[in-house]
Design a protein around this ligand. Structure first.
Ligand SMILES: [Zn+2]
Length: 245
């Protein structure tokens, strides 16, 4: 599928669904760790079939810029709790790095998929991109008009939720910094995306659970990188390929 024929755009109200491609969409999800396999001269050969890159945060802007310039596909995502400081000073507003799109607080449509983003982690030291449960609920409230328009236009609120933090009780950890948001758990119960991609939880062994089915949503930890094939408009969508584990 030619990427240039499926430009990323904000979801808008219309009854026209004929532009939705048959899919599946080949997604490269990344988070938290610069992968040698991705940050490599062989990236084009290794990931030549990728349609879309989704970032769950805590990644340097030059890494994302390298992916954009190498693969020439949309790179969209959210910031993690570590995505601030000198390396981010020159990052264009509304982006995660040159050529990318900061998805926080909005929904976009790309390759026929409705994708929404929420940045940051639970507040643990008052740093940037940290939110209390109440503050995260406010961010979710900001998304509501776009989600409702998606429902009107497409019959569903969204296909993929992209966040940095996990939902409470799924892949999260007991310490305050790595505890998931109850607000995100409620979000996926209510709006039922097919997938929830998150990062923030680092993986140190292969036994760690990185995929959990919760209600209608497959919750996936994208730490490092993860390849997915997401059928469009298919209710039995399934991640066919999982790599990097
Ligand atoms: Zn993090």
């Amino acid at each position: 599928m030619a990427v240039s024929s499926q430009p990323l755009r904000r979801a808008r109200l219309t009854t026209d669904t004929t532009s939705i491609a048959p899919g599946p969409v080949r997604i490269l999800a990344i988070s938290d760790h610069v992968e040698n396999l991705v940050y490599s001269q062989n990236i084009r050969e290794r990931f030549s079939d990728v349609d879309l890159v989704l970032s769950c945060g805590d990644l340097p802007p030059n890494y994302l810029e390298y992916i954009v310039s190498s693969l020439n596909v949309p790179v969209i995502g959210v910031r993690g709790n570590h995505d601030h400081g000198r390396a981010f000073d020159a990052v264009p507003r509304g982006t995660l790095g040159p050529g990318t799109i900061d998805l926080h607080g909005q929904t976009v449509e790309s390759h026929g998929l409705l994708i929404a983003g929420l940045e940051g982690s639970l507040d643990y030291n008052r740093g940037p991109h940290q939110y209390s449960e109440g503050a995260m609920r406010l961010q979710i409230a900001r998304l509501l008009p776009q989600l409702l328009l998606n429902k009107l236009r497409h019959g569903r609120y969204l296909d993929i939720l992209v966040t940095h933090a996990p939902p409470r009780g799924i892949h999260d950890q007991p310490d305050r910094c790595h505890q998931g948001f109850a607000a995100l758990r409620e979000f996926i119960e209510r709006f039922r995306p097919r997938y929830h991609l998150h990062g923030h939880i680092h993986l140190y062994d292969r036994q760690t659970v990185t995929r959990t089915q919760f209600a209608d949503t497959t919750v996936l930890n994208a730490y490092g990188h993860r390849e997915m094939r997401v059928p469009i408009l298919a209710e039995d969508a399934e991640v066919i390929a999982v790599a990097g584990r």
